[in-house]
Unconditional design. Structure first.
Length: 344
């Protein structure tokens, strides 16, 4: 089974050697350096997410990805995700088509509704329109990606009449739809002929197998070609399991407790973390062998074509993330391929 391994980051603001939070500007420069290393060690994709809150430095992924495009040669690049509901599909197409030109055809769009809602009031959208905004804007983006004049009417933005949007790409751009696990979202991705990106951030990964099956059946029912499925999950790689867990836990705790205070979650615990890094959890943290085996198990259970590790979580220092990326590319990737080949 052929498999690709990628990386995702939300540009989490991290701590420096002195234990203090570094600047947003330095965080963004570090993300570019992380992508450069990912390219050097042979990984297939690097995604940068969009947020509009204090914890994350990246609010304009395409700008960061443009810098990455200029300093890498092979790795494909894209969003993780673009919050399409609070954006404009025409501008999304224009920005990513420009990125595609700068990267010599390496750009991918990963669109989603977003699990954070700060962008809605920031850009003047009503959360009561959460579902309708995404449905309409995804429909328009799919039409724009055909790169033909578009005539379109909706209720959430002005209509278009034979609108031709530029720049044109040389070979088209892949569109993924990020899904957290609702059947309706899976069917919608298939209906639009978009690739499926499963965000598995909790629970046993194999429980998502019915969603992959639903996606395949839906593609067939809509008479769409078979398309790739990818998984996005958090994790961290170090030389040993114990080292990886000790390095990762403070960042996971910081992130979960910050967000949990807003959403009424209980405090994060080491017991919960240890469960999540185990076989029944969705955190891929450990030695190269441990992480490779867990990824291979997920790939076999779900039949996916790509696995994206969200390697940045909370305040983990840049230096630890760089080592994780190095191990992920040089040791985890070849080991995953070996394990899959052994399984036939």
């Amino acid at each position: 089974m052929d498999i690709e391994l990628g990386l995702d980051t939300f540009g989490d603001v991290t701590r420096g050697a002195d234990g203090e939070l570094i600047s947003d500007a330095q965080t963004i420069r570090n993300v570019v350096a992380q992508a450069q290393l990912a390219d050097e060690v042979g990984l297939h994709f690097f995604g940068v997410g969009e947020h509009h809150r204090r914890d994350f430095a990246v609010s304009s992924p395409e700008t960061v990805l443009a810098a990455i495009a200029a300093t890498t040669t092979r790795i494909r690049i894209g969003s993780a995700v673009t919050v399409l509901s609070s954006d404009d599909p025409v501008r999304v197409f224009e920005r990513f088509a420009t990125l595609d030109a700068l990267s010599n055809g390496r750009a991918e769009v990963v669109a989603g509704r977003g699990s954070f809602v700060e962008s809605f009031p920031l850009f003047g959208y009503d959360l009561r329109d959460y579902e309708a905004l995404f449905e309409e804007k995804l429909d328009l983006l799919v039409r724009l990606l055909r790169e033909e004049p578009v005539t379109w009417t909706g209720t959430m933005r002005p209509a278009l009449d034979s609108a031709d949007v530029f720049p044109k790409t040389e070979h088209g751009m892949p569109l993924w739809v990020g899904v957290g696990g609702s059947p309706e979202s899976v069917v919608r991705a298939a209906r639009h002929g978009a690739r499926l990106m499963l965000a598995i951030i909790g629970g046993a990964p194999r429980r998502f197998a019915p969603f992959v099956d639903l996606y395949r059946r839906s593609l067939a029912s809509f008479e769409k070609p078979d398309l790739p499925v990818a998984v996005h999950s958090p994790g961290h790689v170090a030389e040993t399991d114990e080292q990886a867990w000790e390095e990762a836990y403070p960042g996971f705790q910081a992130m979960h407790d910050t967000i949990g205070a807003e959403r009424g979650w209980p405090p994060y615990s080491r017991m919960r973390f240890q469960h999540e890094v185990g076989p029944e959890g969705a955190v891929y943290a450990g030695s190269p062998e441990t992480v490779a085996r867990k990824i291979a198990d997920t790939v076999r259970a779900l039949g996916v074509q790509r696995f994206d590790l969200k390697y940045s979580t909370g305040t983990m220092p840049h230096e630890l993330m760089m080592k994780s990326i190095e191990l992920y590319g040089t040791r985890v990737l070849p080991r995953v391929r070996e394990l899959l080949a052994e399984a036939g």
